[in-house]
Design a protein around this ligand. Structure first.
Ligand SMILES: [Zn+2]
Length: 508
């Protein structure tokens, strides 16, 4: 009898849920970045070959592992999905796993802050169900976003909970390779993974490309080399999901249990807190604009963080644009303003036309006022795209889009709501951000990879909006307190988690 090749099941379901978002979420929300492979056929198509998914699939195939793919579905951040659609997507993934059985290894791609109505912990719930299908001896790895809120169920049922280390998330492929290596070593009986975790009672958005967090990530990478350490992840948490699990977490996976790795994890957990406490708060709108407009040299790129669709905001807020028009700013570019009606009107009017428009400010009170403007249509497109993290091919469709000149500001409006990653958002419409005095992007950090090469300076603005960086603006009801910085005067202290290891793969 010939021995069958090892068999892997791979699936993905990724949604960062913002319980304060005005944007609803349904099964249809995932359509644009969904993939339902035919049984026995698997080649990740370009539109979902991202977030480490295609890379992991290729690693499996190169290693001669028989790949059985289930649903892969990804959508941008928005509100919690309804219970019926949650149950349907959960069942679809589990049905794919059942068809693939018996499997020797499981890889899940999930965000780690997904909430459905009636389920606070979509990831932990799915991992428990997957574990129940495959049994205790099969490696189950989950690759998560750095902004994951980690739960006890996730840590209990996954053999490996691994997150990307960088924000912008430019290291998904590295971490996919890391996870793949861990799973092979566990399958071959070379390691006995033991997961330890420390709850870090703070929430916030911390980029890793500069300042104290950059040095901390270097220390995390170094920690991977310590004896007995298999993997370390520092999850920043996602502050706009109102659940008891919301907050940061340090997760260390060691080979067996040892006092040395426990001490290292504890040290890194305190280091994580000390690092966050050293990060200065970003300026508000007026101070950020004063800073951005100081001096004559450009381009200065200003991040409209409070309305970042990449965190569940609408992307149609007008606070920054209104301030630019009031100040009479010229030679500026602004995008992406999510306004399908304005984009449609611009297409109907045609390039070169001038029209009176009511721009933005439509979705909720946190979108600000709509602006009644006179706009010249510079360019209209149906086929413009940008590249996620400004890496690789441009796969993200902007939808129906247009460049509009409003006083001295060229505004890019579009119909497919998304954050700005890539200067193509502007250049595809004939607007060269490198030649502008000021460029405003709706985003928090993911734009940096694409814009740092052209920006003289980047100014991060704590602008108003549904992704405000000030968590005290939100009506939290379920989040665990005390929590930094929600509770003035509170100094966070790392708290070891108790994880039940009895049913985890590799446990004695
Ligand atoms: Zn993230």
């Amino acid at each position: 009898m010939t021995r069958r090749p090892p068999r892997a099941f791979v699936a993905g379901w990724m949604h960062e849920t913002n319980t304060f978002s005005p944007i609803p979420t349904s099964r249809e929300s995932f359509q644009a970045a969904s993939y339902r492979p035919e049984p026995g056929v698997f080649a990740p198509p370009a539109h979902i070959d991202t977030l480490g998914y295609g890379h992991l699939a290729r690693l499996c195939q190169q290693a001669g592992i028989e790949l059985h793919a289930g649903l892969f579905a990804h959508t941008g951040p928005s509100a919690a999905m309804g219970a019926r659609d949650h149950a349907a997507m959960r069942a679809e993934i589990l049905a794919g796993l059942q068809r693939a059985m018996p499997v020797d290894q499981v890889y899940l791609f999930m965000h780690g802050a997904q909430i459905a109505q009636g389920c606070d912990d979509v990831e932990g719930d799915l991992l428990a169900a997957v574990r129940a299908v495959v049994g205790p001896g099969v490696p189950v790895a989950v690759l998560l976003d750095l902004h994951a809120n980690i739960t006890p169920a996730m840590l209990c049922h996954a053999s490996f909970c691994v997150g990307c280390l960088e924000y912008p998330h430019t290291d998904y492929e590295d971490r996919a390779r890391h996870v793949f290596g861990l799973v092979q070593r566990l399958r071959d009986g070379q390691i006995r993974p033991h997961t330890q975790a420390w709850r870090i009672p703070l929430v916030g958005i911390y980029r890793t490309i500069d300042g104290p967090m950059k040095a901390f990530v270097e220390r995390l990478r170094t920690a991977h080399e310590a004896p007995g350490v298999l993997s370390v992840s520092a999850f920043h948490g996602f502050p706009l999901g109102d659940t008891p699990h919301t907050g940061a977490m340090l997760v260390l996976v060691s080979d067996g249990e040892s006092a040395a790795t426990a001490a290292l994890g504890s040290t890194l957990a305190q280091d994580f807190i000390d690092t966050v406490l050293r990060i200065p708060a970003p300026p508000g709108l007026d101070a950020a604009l004063d800073d951005a407009l100081a001096g004559d040299e450009g381009p200065v790129v200003l991040a409209d963080s409070g309305d970042n669709p990449g965190g569940g905001a609408a992307g149609d807020s007008t606070f920054v644009l209104e301030a630019l028009l009031q100040r009479g700013v010229r030679n500026a570019a602004f995008g992406l303003l999510w306004d399908p009606v304005a984009a449609d009107f611009a297409h109907r009017a045609g390039e070169g036309a001038t029209l009176e428009l009511r721009l933005g400010g439509k979705v909720s009170a946190l979108s600000g006022r709509p602006l009644d403007v006179r706009a010249e249509v510079l360019c209209v497109r149906d086929d413009a795209r940008q590249a996620w993290f400004a890496q690789g091919e441009p796969r993200a469709r902007l939808g129906r889009s247009a460049a509009l000149r409003v006083q001295g500001v060229d505004v890019i409006v579009n119909s497919e709501r998304q954050q700005v990653f890539d200067p193509r958002c502007f250049t595809e419409h004939g607007v060269d951000p490198a030649a502008r005095r000021l460029v405003v992007v709706k985003g928090s950090t993911h734009f940096v990879n694409g814009f740092a090469p052209l920006a003289r300076r980047i100014v991060y603005c704590a602008s108003p909006g549904s992704l405000s960086l000030d968590p005290s603006l939100f009506d939290y009801r379920r989040i665990r307190r005390p929590l930094y910085p929600l509770d003035p005067g509170y100094t966070p202290v790392a708290e070891p988690m108790v994880i039940h290891v009895g049913d985890r793969a590799g446990a004695p």
